[in-house]
Every structure is written in structure tokens, then in C-alpha cells.
Design a protein around this ligand. Sequence first.
Ligand code: SF4
Ligand code: SF4
Length: 367
Amino acid sequence: EKYPQTIELAREVREIKKRSIDELKDNIKIAMESLEDNGINVHFAKDGREANKLIYDLIDGNTVVKSKSMTSEEIGLRNFLESNGIEVWETDLGEFIIQILNEKPMHVITPAIHLTKDRIVEVLQKEINSSSYKIQEIVDEVRKFMREKFVSARVGITGANVLSAETGSLILIENEGNIRLTSTLPEKHIAIVGVEKIVYGLSDALKVAEVTWRFAGYKMPSYVDIISTPSKTGDVEKVVINGMHGAKEVHVILLDNGRLKAAENDVLKEALYCLRCGACMYECQVYQNLSGYWGENYVGGIGIVWDYITKGLINENVFCCLLCGRCKEICPVNIDCAKINRWLRGVTFPNLNNNQCNERHYNCSVE
Ligand code: SF4
Ligand code: SF4
């Protein structure tokens, strides 16, 4: 209510995302050139296996701090690094709880949404050796516990909410402050970014970011990070030296993993507009009952589509969608999950008559 312009801004963001996906190949090329011009090392990974290997090869030492990133979940990055002897610390509180429990995130922005306060207290008490039952005291203790990890890690891994191709800038939205620490305290910062996060200009990218945080439920987030170059100083005879207080080396891994193919598909490409704000999940009756158990890496109606794009995964989950269209109503970029899920059913059962449904679902998108 305080920012009524958000609705109009969301309409504009849909157009920005549409244009960006239509021009995805060009935008990738421009982004790679701009990032390199800025002194950032750019890598292109065609799939998760390639991205994991690239990241593993870039790791110095054996401790890594990491912020929450659905793209890293998609490629199973933490498990891959841990199985190769790297100590990985999830620094977002919710994701840390998920890591301790060896579970999967149950929501794109609130990974531990399925756990009660009492269960979270029990889990954290054990992990950080605390005897407190007060959530504020436990949070203070996790903060202290995690500080040591930030200081000892030589590599920090983050995702990004949006990338401006023109200026080679990553934009990251957060509330905890862990992304700032993850991307600046270690000497090396690695960002894993799905190519669909690229938009052309910085002003477009900021609009995407604003709509993302509003629909994620925040009037304003605590922090918005814009990272365009490694940390640097020009204070000695105007000579630029990297690595003053922040990361000396920055690497961006641009991940395809099915996105480029999806961008060519008239139905699927709309899913690439997704901002990962999570608004649709709160609105969906099926998600409210199944939570993150509905979907593999990604969750909810949009998650079913993303599991298909990134893993070719298709199973009974696609039949859980009620095709009610509520998610489209709430989605800032009006993604029609019902329509895409219906199309996916046709992929699963080519003989299914897509027009056999005679029920009148709310806002039904069946033509
Ligand atoms: S269309 Fe499917 S995913 Fe969207 S709200 Fe309805 S049941 Fe949920
Ligand atoms: S589908 Fe729409 S509402 Fe759901 S996470 Fe993506 S952008 Fe947000």
C-alpha cells in the first residue's frame, strides 16, 4: 500500500523480462564482455556438472562460506563440494538449518518455512552448543559462530537476483547481511547466476530488483548489493590495486542448464521471467498442503516447470496443479503456471486430450 507504483512497475518488469529472454543470446554475449571489462572472470557452464567442476577448481583452501541460492540448489553444489572434501557453511539462517537437517529448502526465500520455532531452537541448540530457548539469544550465538567461518573462508559463493549486461553488475537482495560478508570477507567471490537473470541495462535491473523484493513481501530489504568489479583502491598514485577490503578476485559462472533451450519454446519461455519472489507459493492451495514436498529442486507450480527446464524431470507432480490460475493473479510478471503445467501434461502423455476438462476453473487458461 505504501508503494502503489509497484503494480505499474511490475507490468514494466514483465516487458523487461520478455525482451531480455527474447534477446537472451545477445545479452549473454554483452554481459560476458562487460564483466570481463570490469575485471571479473566469467565462465559459461552448459550444465550443472560443468558448473560444479568449474567452482570446485576455483576453490582455494578447504572452507567455503555460501549464501542461499536456488541456482546452487539446482546443481547440487553444496553436496558436490562436501563430497569432494570441502567444508561448506550455509550462512543464511534458514539455509543453515536446512543444511544441519540435511533437508531441501521448502520455499524459494524461506527455506525452513515448514519448521516450528521449537524445532528450530532444538536443531540450533545442538549445532552451536547453546542452552538458550530464546530465539533472539540463539540468533546472537549463530551470528558469533558464523563470524569465525566468514573470517577463515578464502572463498565465498553467492547467487544473484539480477545481472545488468550493459554495466556488468550483479544485484543481490538480502536482509541478514550474510551476502555482504560472503561476497566481501573472503579473498575470492564466486557468483553462480542462471542466464535468465540477465537484463540489458542497469536501470532495468534495478526495476527487476525492486519488484522482486516487494513481491517477496518486503517494503524495503535491509541491503541491496551491487557488485561490478573486485574490491579495489586507487589511493596510491592513482594506480588501481585489487583486493583492498573486499574480494580480490571475482568469478561469475553463467549457467545455462536448459535455459537457452527453454527460451526457444513458446510455452516454456515465460517461466524464465520468474523473479523467484515466492509470492505464488503463498497463494497456491496445493503448495499450502504439500509445501516443498511438491517438486524436486524447485517447488510449487512454477517449480514443476523449472524442474523440467533444468533437469528434464517430469512426473506425477505435474498433475497436482489444480489449473486454478491463482498464482498468475499474484505473480508480478503474470506467469501462467496453469497453462505451462497443462502443456507439460501433454509432454508426459501425448495422447491426453488437453481439452477434455469440462470444469470451470477460476481464470481457467485452457483454450
Ligand atoms: S494454477 Fe496450479 S500452481 Fe497455480 S495456484 Fe493453482 S494449483 Fe497452484
Ligand atoms: S512464478 Fe511469479 S510469483 Fe512465483 S516465484 Fe516466480 S515471479 Fe514470483
